[in-house]
Design a protein around this ligand. Structure first.
Ligand code: AMP
Ligand code: MG
Length: 356
């Protein structure tokens, strides 16, 4: 299949391209598009055949449900069986934006889109290109991240092209995304709203609106023996090609350990890369050292993490060492993704009581 790539700079100037993209969706095809979180791989959410195509293009297991993207709040009611009060409050506070809510689904949504579940995940993105495209597409666009299953989510069109060229009808290139990590997912079908996947909208932000919010305990732990409530979370995600290990402990211990390991591994012919920060990048001796951002501005780390993992893939890096991050606020989303990328391989080093 020939994949058409359109650059979208402005939703008004590029209106024709957006109309064409919308037509592809209405006719049952697939279009990758930018959102503020990561790029999505879109199809008609109300068509079983379109959803099946999405799974095929990604190589994604079909029990892993898709998120339905809408562009108008009025479009929520037709696809849900009921909208709890908490849903209205969260929509008021965070839509359009990086929050996905799980509702009981209506008949309108096929089980192919929800991975066989009676619930549906819904999000209204804030990216203007995404909103214009969803409207042109008829209002309901099912979209997982636009990467091949198991690869880091794409944060720029370059990586969508790498994974999807020849497999889908169109890619809308809207430049670099703003946030860089997938949306927060909150389940509203439980008695207490429950976070299934951490993201830019943190537990603290949700609690300010709702009071008590739970977090699925499978979110940060390995092998709890309990199935995660977001089916997608059970799959190994976000994996780079190189073997990734997270090193946790006092900054000085972490730097010494990584430098020692780098020396040994590089002698054995391994291509070693280090994920550091603005504060530490100059301390590492490895041939490849990348800063993911500043510890004082966690949004910079969220923004850069997937790009760095993809860049290491491009360089055929075989071993990756990453620093560890605090799990408060947005750090929880960053560590959730990093732990998955590392298959939960963490090395714990010395930690003095008066450490940073
Ligand atoms: P992605 O689009 O790659 O970010 O994946 C979508 C995520 O949403 C996956 O982890 C799914 O498991 C999760 N998800 C989608 N629909 C539901 C649902 N009805 N219940 C629970 N999780 C869902
Ligand atoms: Mg994904």
């Amino acid at each position: 299949m020939n994949t058409v790539i359109y650059q979208i700079k402005d939703t008004i100037e590029d209106a024709k391209s957006l109309t064409e993209a919308g037509r592809i969706i209405r006719e049952g095809g697939l279009v990758a598009f930018p959102t503020e979180t990561v790029y999505g791989l879109g199809g008609d959410a109300l068509s079983p055949a379109s959803s099946r195509k999405i799974y095929a293009a990604k190589g994604r297991p079909s029990d892993n449900p898709l998120i339905v993207h809408i562009a108008n709040i009025e479009d929520l009611e037709p696809i849900t069986a009921d909208i709890p009060e908490a849903g209205r409050k969260l929509a008021d506070a965070f839509w359009p934006g990086p929050l996905t809510m799980i509702f009981r689904k209506s008949e309108k949504v096929p089980k192919e889109t929800t991975g066989g579940l009676d619930t549906v995940a819904v999000r209204m993105p804030s990216d203007p290109v995404a909103l214009a495209f969803i409207r042109e597409a008829g209002g309901y666009v099912a979209a997982p991240s636009a990467n091949l299953s198991g690869k880091p989510s794409p944060t720029s069109a370059k990586y969508v092209i790498q994974d999807m060229d020849g497999k889908i009808e169109m890619i809308l290139d809207g430049g670099d995304v703003e946030i860089g990590l997938e949306s927060t997912i909150v389940d509203l079908t439980e008695e207490t709203p429950t976070i299934l996947r951490p993201g830019y909208v943190t537990k603290e932000m949700l609690e300010q609106v709702l009071g008590t919010v739970d977090a699925d305990r499978t979110m940060m732990e390995k092998d709890t023996g309990v199935a995660p409530k977001a089916p997608g979370m059970k799959y190994r995600h976000y994996a780079p090609k190189g073997d990734l290990v997270i090193v946790e402990g006092d900054s000085a211990c972490v730097v010494d350990y990584i430098n020692e390991q780098t020396g040994l591994l590089e002698k054995q012919g391994e291509k070693v890369a280090v994920i550091g920060t603005e504060e530490t990048k100059m301390l590492y001796h490895a041939e490849i050292v990348k800063s993911v951002g500043s510890r004082n501005r966690e949004e910079t780390i969220a923004h850069t993490l997937y790009r760095v993992l993809r860049e290491f893939d491009d360089m055929d890096v075989t071993r990756i060492f990453s620093e560890s991050f605090d799990t408060t606020g947005m750090g929880q989303a960053i560590m959730n993704r990093l732990l998955k990328a590392a298959g939960h391989k963490v090395i714990h080093l010395c930690r003095s009581t008066n450490s940073d």
